[in-house]
Design a protein around this ligand. Sequence first.
Ligand code: DX5
Ligand code: ZN
Length: 231
Amino acid sequence: MTFSRHVKIAPSILSADFANFGQEIQAIEAQGADWVHVDVMDGHFVPNLTFGPPAVKAFRPHVNTVMDVHLMITPVDPYIDAYAEAGADILTAHQEAGPHIHRTLQAIRGAGMKAGVALNPATPAEAISHLLDLTDLVCVMTVNPGFGGQRFIDMTQKIRTLREMIGDRPIHIEIDGGVDPTTAPLVVDAGADVLVAGSAVFRGGSVDKPEVYGENIAAIRRAAEGARIAA
Ligand code: DX5
Ligand code: ZN
């Protein structure tokens, strides 16, 4: 994975058809997805429960781009090896998931994956100032985690601060929650390069109508790249 800051669209399969994950993953990649965002929820760190390592392992053969696994779980450390074995390319843990995020990021990289740290809306950018050399991706939550289809919470000031802190380090700024053609330009203008989108990609489409996914992805990308040109 060579580092670049060009805009990437990472559809979240939380909004996909839970009875057809393999087909849905193939469909979004065929329709232009740059990464596949996989939302793992434990019903404890967040009030929702999705899937664990066996499911992520089953998704792997269908993913030809990047499997970007977002852990909304606590604790994280006991499961790192299982997600490495399942084939996660990027494994993102929440800064709020426990007292030792520094050790968690070391362990994620030690298991051979790119290390991501996610910040809930209430967590300031400065929370990662001692983690910059251990991080490959910062995931800025623009909703309170647990569900798709929620309203966007404006975090553009936090994104600008992070962009300053990161400088030219090869660290992605990923935005997660409520991203659509209206909010995408705001966060890209502030410095983001990876846009997670669930409902804005899957709405109106299906495994029988995957072209709708392509139209939705293209609309987000067009809006985002418009912000880059305007910058
Ligand atoms: C929320 C998840 C997000 C969510 C995005 O806890 O981390 O990835 O699936 O869904 P939308 O784009 O619909 O807000
Ligand atoms: Zn997510």
